[in-house]
Design a protein around this ligand. Structure first.
Ligand SMILES: Nc1nc2c(ncn2[C@@H]2O[C@H](COP(=O)(O)OP(=O)(O)OP(=O)(O)O)[C@@H](O)[C@H]2O)c(=O)[nH]1
Ligand SMILES: [Mg+2]
Length: 274
């Protein structure tokens, strides 16, 4: 089943009503119901071939007491099976299995809909590759709670740092941020950071079904939409460490698609469309 089909099948999809998101889980997304009431914070971990990294990241988050939702896209390295075994041993962990690699943005969209239906109040995005340290999580969550909107774990403000990246990778990230800031007029320093926390209020109003980004530009588009809706977008410094195991999924194709999506958003902005 394609992304488009699964989205279209969702009851209430395409509706502008914020409450259309409630109970909006497409049928093939068979996530076990939560046994205990949800914790305030839901940490979403998207995975594609993260078998070597997942367990440590999940343990770090669970130590802080937050619920975890893993979204695995049929990883060939059997990350999904590992996720299932972690979930079987801990009711605070759930797994959403998707049939194939459908993109980072759509993984977060599907997870947010599940979290909204389940009653979570704060929604964290976090990579499952070990680059995002659990030690930074509480500060990001506190900043989101305080702002009422979106808090971004930022590598590019005072106190933030990147460890272990080769120069070209740093340059790519820096250039991507300059590009977004210029084209979308965003004052945010780290629009592409995937370590962040949204309030329920923001996600309820952002109309997830209208987000055009399926892949990495999701991060940028969500910053843009949050600001357009008038929500505060704040940044809190993080230490970002390059993954020590597994491979990055940021391909040249992903970069191209992200650049084009940002260009499309910028053109819409100039032509005063949504
Ligand atoms: N479910 C799902 N997860 C994905 C997909 N693409 C990437 N991920 C996960 O998203 C997270 C971020 O992906 P990475 O490959 O680490 O990319 P990145 O962190 O933006 O960039 P690097 O610095 O190169 O690691 C990781 O946990 C990946 O396993 C996807 O299509 N579906
Ligand atoms: Mg990474």
């Amino acid at each position: 089943m394609s992304v488009g089909e699964s989205r279209g099948d969702a009851p209430g999809s395409g509706s502008a009503r914020p409450d259309a998101l409630r109970g909006d889980v497409p049928p093939q997304q068979d996530v076990p119901p939560q046994e205990a009431p949800p914790t305030e914070v839901l940490v979403v971990l998207p995975t594609f071939n993260e078998r070597l990294n997942l367990e440590k990241v999940v343990a770090g988050v669970r130590q802080l007491g937050h619920d975890v939702l893993i979204v695995d896209d049929a990883s060939p390295d059997k990350t999904g099976e590992l996720a299932d075994s972690l979930a079987a041993a801990d009711p605070g962990i759930r797994v959403l299995h998707r049939p194939r690699k459908l993109g980072l943005g759509s993984a977060y969209e599907d997870a947010f809909k599940i979290g909204l239906a389940g009653g979570s109040a704060l929604f964290v995005e976090m990579d499952a590759d070990g680059s995002h340290l659990p030690g930074n999580l509480d500060a990001i969550v506190a900043a989101a709670r305080h702002s009422g909107g979106l808090a971004i774990g930022s590598r590019y403000i005072r106190g933030g740092e990147v460890v272990g990246w080769p120069f070209y990778r740093y340059l790519l990230s820096w250039a991507a941020n300059v590009y977004c800031r210029l084209l979308l007029w965003l004052p945010t320093h780290d629009c592409t950071s995937g370590y962040r926390c949204y309030t329920r209020d923001l996600l309820t109003h952002i109309q997830l079904d209208e987000v055009v980004s399926q892949g990495y530009s999701f991060q940028i588009e969500m910053v843009y939409r949050a600001r357009r809706l008038g929500y505060q977008v704040v940044e809190t410094p993080i230490r970002f460490e390059d993954r020590v195991a597994g491979a990055s999924k940021v391909s040249q194709g992903e970069v191209r698609r992200a650049l084009l999506t940002v260009l499309r958003l910028s053109l819409r902005r100039w032509t005063r469309r949504k």
